[in-house]
Design a protein around this ligand. Structure first.
Ligand SMILES: CC(C)(COP(=O)(O)OP(=O)(O)OC[C@H]1O[C@@H](n2cnc3c(N)ncnc32)[C@H](O)[C@@H]1OP(=O)(O)O)[C@@H](O)C(=O)NCCC(=O)NCCS
Length: 166
């Protein structure tokens, strides 16, 4: 395992993240949300155009996760105006799971949050995404709230809000 985590700087890198996001979302979310909702959310939040707008206008950063030079995961983060740091995305291709790479990814998120002078990291995770919620709990996140967010076109996100104190 030779993990490197690097900030996405070029359009080509962001396009590669969009291709990977599409692959991972269609692999991991069936059974949790419908195929129609997956298509809708990938287009709205994880397409190249959507991520480009998040980076350009909403202070998001994306980080690529590479194993032996091969892109296999990604992280989306955003500092809030207050003391919180938002972990928006934490995604790893299925063949790379179960090897502790997520712990390396989360350490990097905490380091970025500390560098930004923040006190907490928060995220939302689907209430039925048991494995991800277990990984977050094991890392020290606790459930702070339950939310149902209308994301348009008749779809909702049914999430836990989880928080980690730095
Ligand atoms: C969420 C995700 C990034 C986690 O990655 P992973 O490879 O499955 O997790 P890891 O194997 O690195 O486990 C991370 C840590 O949690 C622990 N862990 C894993 N499953 C656990 C469980 N069920 N209970 C307790 N601890 C667990 C591991 O032991 C590891 O700790 P360690 O590094 O100290 O040994 C990955 O499963 C993924 O991309 N899933 C699909 C996308 C997704 O759901 N993303 C989150 C959206 S909010």
């Amino acid at each position: 395992m030779d993990i490197k985590i690097e900030k996405v700087c070029t359009d080509d890198e962001l396009k590669s993240i969009a291709v990977l996001a599409n692959e991972i979302w269609h692999e991991c979310f069936p059974g949790i949300i419908s195929e129609q909702q997956i298509d809708y959310m990938v287009e709205k939040f994880q397409s190249y155009d959507a991520m480009k707008a998040q980076i350009g206008g909403q202070s998001y950063s994306y980080l690529g996760v590479y194993d032996g030079g091969e892109l296999c995961g990604y992280i989306g983060i955003k500092p809030e105006d207050d003391e919180r740091f938002f972990l928006s995305k934490l995604y790893l291709r299925s063949d790379k799971r179960g090897q502790g790479i997520a712990s390396v990814m989360l350490k990097r998120v905490f380091a970025e949050a500390e560098k930004a002078g923040k006190k907490t990291v928060y995220l939302t995770v689907n209430k039925h995404n048991d494995h991800a919620a277990d990984v977050y709990k094991k890392t020290g996140f606790t459930i702070k709230a339950l939310t149902v967010t209308d994301i348009g076109s008749g779809f909702v996100m049914d999430d836990y809000v989880m928080e980690y104190k730095l």
